[in-house]
Design a protein around this ligand. Structure first.
Ligand code: TMP
Length: 234
């Protein structure tokens, strides 16, 4: 497998073409941003952790019936993935109130929901990834109804699998963001699942073990990423 041209550089990853038109190489960086790129920094070792953790989680999800873009881990920071067309939706599942939910609706952080919620943001940096609903997604022609139903079904399945996976490591899955892509017409899970894209709290102390430590200047950012990595035995 040959690594060819850099196709795209995002906030946390670089994406390279390969000699296989159906495959890409993602290369995870230590760069961190928040608030649509307004806050910038480095989380040393994050790229390695996010690469390993995403690959582990995606293989677990495959076994549980959620198709993903994962093909093969190539190195500490590089993974071969299926080349998808990203559906421009950020799909967010919440089990416990936190972040923008708490702020928008005045619900204290840490309030447990009776049932998980799902929401969509339109992936558009110029607009600041605005919150939309499924009818807006149709109006913007971001996905078909059939695709939206598949995305919802997979997103709740991801939640069930990941809640149990983190709980056995003493971690509560508060919420997370995932993204999907189209591969030869099929919806599959893409992007990453890591402390950058999940809220993860210690089951006993509610200590934050995720990117909120960076967003909110709580300190011990690298320590939190390393803690999750070692608790998961990665
Ligand atoms: P929020 O409470 O700020 O809407 O975030 C919900 C979840 O989505 C949280 O786990 C963090 C994750 N997230 C991302 O992965 N990328 C983003 O750009 C944002 C805003 C949130």
């Amino acid at each position: 497998m040959e690594k060819l041209d850099l196709l795209y550089e995002g906030k946390a990853k670089k994406v390279f073409a390969t000699d296989d038109p159906d495959a890409l190489i993602v290369d995870y960086k230590d760069d961190a941003t928040a608030f649509n790129g307004l806050k910038k920094g480095t989380i040393v070792g994050k790229g390695v952790i996010n690469n390993r953790m995403t690959n582990h989680v995606f293989q677990l999800l495959e076994k549980e019936g959620v198709p993903t873009h994962f093909i093969q881990e190539l190195s500490d920071r590089e993974t071969l993935v299926k080349r998808v067309e990203i559906v421009p939706l950020e799909v967010i599942i919440r089990n416990v109130a936190a972040g923008s939910f708490s702020k928008r609706l005045g619900v204290p952080e840490g309030t447990l929901f009776e049932e998980p919620t799902i929401e969509f943001s339109y992936k558009n940096d110029d607009l600041g990834d605005p919150l939309i609903n499924d009818y807006f997604a149709r109006a913007l022609n971001l996905a078909t109804w059939e695709e939206i139903e598949t995305i919802k079904k997979y997103a709740f399945k991801v939640n069930e699998v990941l809640k149990a996976y983190f709980l056995q490591a003493g971690i509560k899955l508060i919420d997370f963001k995932i993204e999907f892509g189209r591969f030869h017409g099929q919806i599959i899970l893409a992007d990453e699942t890591s402390p950058d894209t999940c809220r993860l709290w210690d089951v006993n102390t509610n200590e934050k073990l995720d990117k909120d430590r960076f967003r909110r200047d709580l300190g011990n950012v690298e320590e939190a990423y390393n803690e999750v990595f070692s608790r998961l035995g990665l």
